[in-house]
Design a protein around this ligand. Structure first.
Ligand code: ZN
Length: 166
């Protein structure tokens, strides 16, 4: 069941029901979403279901759970997108480039030579969160493409959720 009643902020794009419904994996505390405008194939987000702005608002238990959940999702993404590496990044605070004030971890699965410079993803990620995980500077998936990938990832995640990650 979707949890939409715990502390949320309806002015926040990550707390809106229509956004929550687009997750491909959800536990009682965390959800995973495919980025509508991925900087590379597989680019996804891990987001706490509760409206936390900063990593420092999480309890130690929640921090541990976020790490475990993110690692499992990363493992699924690496398999589905046939990647051998990944970048994780959290932009915590406006000065760090955070544009949506709801904690989120970017996962970007990587392959050799997928970008001209291996650290080029950071500049690409900057304009990516202007409200709806979209970017004028990156190709945005259409609804069919997005739904297809989300369905595929949902299926791939079923094996890990059956192992009770929540
Ligand atoms: Zn929120």
């Amino acid at each position: 069941m979707l949890q939409t009643t715990n502390p949320t902020d309806q002015t926040c794009v990550f707390c809106r029901n229509e956004f929550i419904e687009s997750s491909f994996c959800r536990t009682s505390r965390f959800s995973a979403y495919y980025n509508i405008a991925p900087i590379l194939p597989g680019h996804s987000l891990i987001i706490p279901n509760k409206h936390y702005e900063s990593l420092f608002e999480l309890s130690e238990d929640e921090q541990s759970e976020m790490m475990v959940f993110a690692r499992k999702i990363t493992s699924v993404l690496k398999t589905v997108f046939n990647c051998d590496g990944f970048d994780w990044t959290i932009q915590d605070g406006v000065s760090a480039g955070q544009t949506v004030p709801h904690l989120h971890l970017h996962i970007v699965p990587r392959k050799p030579l997928d970008l001209p410079e291996s650290n080029e993803w950071y500049s690409k990620i900057q304009p990516s969160e202007n409200g709806i995980l979209d970017s004028e500077n990156r190709a945005r998936l259409n609804d069919d493409e997005y739904n297809e990938i989300t369905a595929k990832l949902k299926l791939a995640c079923e094996s890990i959720t059956s192992k009770r990650i929540d």
